[in-house]
Design a binder for this molecule. Structure first.
Ligand SMILES: *Cc1c(COP(=O)(O)O)cnc(C)c1O
Length: 382
């Protein structure tokens, strides 16, 4: 069964009944070490920082979902990103999306810049700007698509084309799209990073990350870094994610459908100024989204005609079904105010340049009954 389809892979790829008991669910191997028959004679497991059977099953499953050979799970999405940056040497340069996830921006600029790794923030939609930012120190292009919170779409195949010419890596943070909607490895990317915390886990109860690649040498290096630095997830969290992953395709279909209906509701509402959702034909990157994504996701942002923070706060206060919280991708709907939450550290002039105004509200549309969600938005917008 090498050509399983997605909805089969989430249930079966890498997953076998436990050979000792027949348990259909992968056991939680809550152990720190493994008994050896004789010195060096073991069953492939020596110490649980290096390997854990629950984790191995999840890693094989995740790799299969991205149509890749190798996967490594980390204690968080940031732990996964951190391991990828550790592939680099002082003096190396990275070109990245200018509206990067805030935590990634902080790791790059506040931590790794001090170790002599340089990050250039470029509008990755401007291909000539990308090409002219590359020099002989550039080692990697770091892509996020869709971006947060403006839902820009970056053409991954175009990034790969440029990167191949200069023999540099492309790493894609595929958290927003998930492997159900987008597979960067199929588009030629070298590395995929996930915050498993979000859609893949899907139930707002786990923090986890993953690094996925088809390149044996890269995978070996990531594994070496992981074992050396130790940012591993617990076996219990691996179990929870294996449980969540079984419904990834079903959840994503509903997230996408609800997202589409809410995007259209908001677009037709007289109090709404703009709606940022890549499924709209007039979205600036709609053609690219259509080319590289299977559906357009359940994340969207909108602004109000009355562009004030007070009005946005009042709207969010009135909502009953959308919870005010950071994070995204869980089964329940969340709402956030980027200007005062995730993007509060970015100077106002900077954020206004990309359209991130005071009334911009971000929705992570859950899988509730969409009529209830729309009714809630209708009463809150007024
Ligand atoms: C949440 C998130 C991360 C960080 O993941 P954690 O699991 O919170 O460490 C990285 N990238 C994106 C796009 C995210 O949304």
């Amino acid at each position: 069964m090498s050509k399983m389809k997605f909805g089969t892979k989430v249930l079966h790829a890498g997953i076998k009944p436990d050979p000792t008991t027949g348990a259909i669910m992968t056991p939680i191997f809550q152990t720190s070490t493994y008994v050896q028959e004789a010195p060096g004679k073991h069953k492939g497991f020596e110490y649980a920082r290096t390997q854990n059977p629950t984790r191995t099953v999840l890693e094989e499953n995740l790799a299969a979902l991205e149509n890749a050979k190798f996967g490594r799970c980390f204690s968080s999405g940031m732990g996964a990103t951190d391991a990828v940056v550790k592939l680099l040497e002082p003096g190396d340069e990275v070109i990245c999306t200018n509206d990067l996830y805030g935590g990634t921006y902080r790791l790059f600029t506040a931590i790794y810049q001090r170790y002599g790794i340089h990050f250039k923030f470029v509008d990755l939609n401007d291909l000539s700007a990308v090409a002219s930012a590359i020099n002989n120190k550039t080692k990697m292009i770091w892509v996020e698509s869709p971006t947060n919170p403006m839902m820009s779409i970056i053409d991954i195949a175009e990034m790969v084309k440029i990167a191949k010419k200069y023999r540099i890596w492309v790493c894609v943070d595929n958290t927003f799209a998930t492997p159900y909607l987008q597979n960067p490895i199929d588009l030629g990317a070298d590395i995929v990073v996930h915050s498993v915390t979000k859609y893949i886990s899907g139930h707002s109860d786990v923090i986890m990350g993953a690094v996925i690649t088809n390149d044996h040498i890269l995978d070996q290096k990531i594994g070496y870094i992981q074992n050396a630095a130790g940012a591993i997830p617990s076996p219990h969290d691996c179990f929870l994610v294996l449980r969540g992953i079984k419904t990834l395709h079903v959840r994503m279909d509903r997230h996408c459908e609800n997202g589409k209906l809410i995007a259209h509701f908001l677009k037709n509402h007289p109090a709404v100024q703009s709606v940022y959702w890549p499924g709209f034909e007039d979205h600036q990157n709609h053609a690219v989204a259509k080319k590289q994504m299977r559906q357009f996701g359940g994340m969207l942002s909108f602004t109000l005609k009355n562009d004030s923070q007070e009005v946005a706060f009042e709207l969010m206060r009135k909502l009953e079904l959308f919870s005010l919280a950071e994070s995204l991708g869980g089964v329940e709907s969340l709402i956030g105010h980027p200007a005062s939450m995730t993007h509060a550290s970015i100077p106002k002039e900077e954020r206004l340049k990309s359209g991130l105004t005071d009334s911009l509200i971000r929705l992570s549309v859950g899988i509730e009954d969409v009529e209830d969600l729309i009714a809630d938005l209708r009463q809150a917008i007024g």
